[in-house]
Design a protein around this ligand. Sequence first.
Ligand code: RUQ
Ligand code: CUA
Ligand code: CA
Length: 608
Amino acid sequence: MSNNREKVMRPVGVALLIGVVAGVVGSLVLANGWAPPPVQAAKTTLRTEVRPGELDDYYGFFSGGHSGEVRVLGLPSMRVFKRIPVFNIDSGSGWGITNESRAMLGDTYVGDTHHVHGSYTDGTYNGKYLWVNDKANNRVARIRVDLLEVDTILPIPHTQGSHGIFPQRAPHTEWVILNSEFRAPLKNDGRGDPVDASTYTGVHTIIDAEKMEIIAQVMVPTNLDLAATDYSGRYSFATSYNSEGGATISEMLAKDRDYLVVFDWDRIKEALASGKFNVVDGIKMLDGGLDSGLTLYIPVPKNPHGVNVSPDGKYAIASGKVSPTASVISIEKLADAFDGKIEPKDTIVAEPEIGLGPLHTTYDGRGNAYTSLFIDSQVVKWNIQKAIDIYGNTKPGDTAVVDRLDVHYQIGHTMASMAETKEADGNFLVALNKISKDRFLNVGPIKPENDQLVDISNEKMVLVKDEPAYIEPHDCIIVRRDIIEPIVKHRPRMDEHPLAVTESGIERDGKKVTVRVTASAPVYGLQRVEVNEGDEVTFIVTNNDEIPDLAHGFAISNYNINFAVGPFQTKSVTFTADKPGMHWIYCTNFCHALHLEMRMRLIVKAKA
Ligand code: RUQ
Ligand code: CUA
Ligand code: CA
């Protein structure tokens, strides 16, 4: 039996390695009727397996959807290395529980993260920041790449459904723009007639990337879904599926064409400089209406979803969603359209039919586009120049489509390696499928999603692996590993933190007690802390271990407090000592052979 099994399993293993997709029964058939799928003709020439001890070639930064987090993966292994808490609470790091993170999160600790994008210099990632949106509570978070931790959370007023987000790509990221997917009343205070949807507005928010402040908001009469910027630093783009201004699904589907909205940053800067704005709630509000001159409304079919700019900077491609087409907009022609020399529609240079339910498009840097087809459950590869060449003059048999790959199933986003930069390398693509159905062991009604890795280095796409993903990583970017350089300690010098504890001790000021504690394996700097019931207690904990990759934990029994403190990191927590008694404070991170002994007592003396 074991011999038999080996014989059968080996070819299967090899087949899986070189990427097999097929539903046809092959020549090897087991007694129970199961047969390995036949080997596809196309082979991958890339390294698709990462052996134990080897490192990946790419970082993947995936949004976490419902979890409100951002995930860090390696490609091609698709291993998850880190989950960066953003809009959620995470005990593993104490995010949302410590004073430092609560100062950013407040009491709002659910989020809905969709799109992660990085900071740019001259059209490629510079490895400094990542940004991610919270669609549910209308916030934008910035992540420092050297720490892979959040450093700022910015609430965005006047918006609902904060969705498409994109940083400026050239000369470097000074602005980050954010779209409001849902139109809403600007003054949303329940006064007037909040039911009358004709009074709602869409908002394109411009954020200062360094200061994390709102520079201005451009108001538009339509909704704004996905976002992109061009490669010159002049334009941003937004798809709009509700040009109807509807509030119900049938209203939003009434027209055959909606818009790709283009924002002209030169004109926006002029308007800001010449004071052409109103100030509402302290924010400069610009009119971006149809006749404002700041915007261009390009009619594209129908309820478009994604917009992605090709790595050569020439085209913005909007995916049709309800239409089986993608619309190719020539960025070069936009200036003439803004100047009124041509019609907005004349910027469209191709509209190929590619399949059902096109959502997002990515690129290989060799002139091909790859569009996710939700309804067809496919990635379709098509040639942009071919689509332009046959536009308006398509003869029977003419098609821009080069290849199709079945994915499993219902694909949302798709993203190729470095595809959102001018350094798109055309190696890998990830298909982020919403439904995995039968691809994994059954885990009940809510099954994982399926992020599939695809080799796109050859003419034909090759499926390399399936990776289950917890709901729901909407989108990702794939970044060459040499660009990302996280540091090993939180600061070069521990005492650079304003609160850093070099000597443990207890201070009392009336009912306020401040406890400073060092953590160094396997001891805290104090063995016992005594406070009175009702005291407001602040613990400041510094990990002053010199060793990289050694975190200590800090949990207070029964007090809803548990956080980790990384090398040279300082964290604090403030709480009311409302539970009298003896409560062990203990290290939650296995740090030393005597880790279990790394604890101290908190004595809360009962009121007399
Ligand atoms: S969306 S499945 Cu939130 Cu990025 Cu398109
Ligand atoms: Cu410190 Cu365990
Ligand atoms: Ca519509």
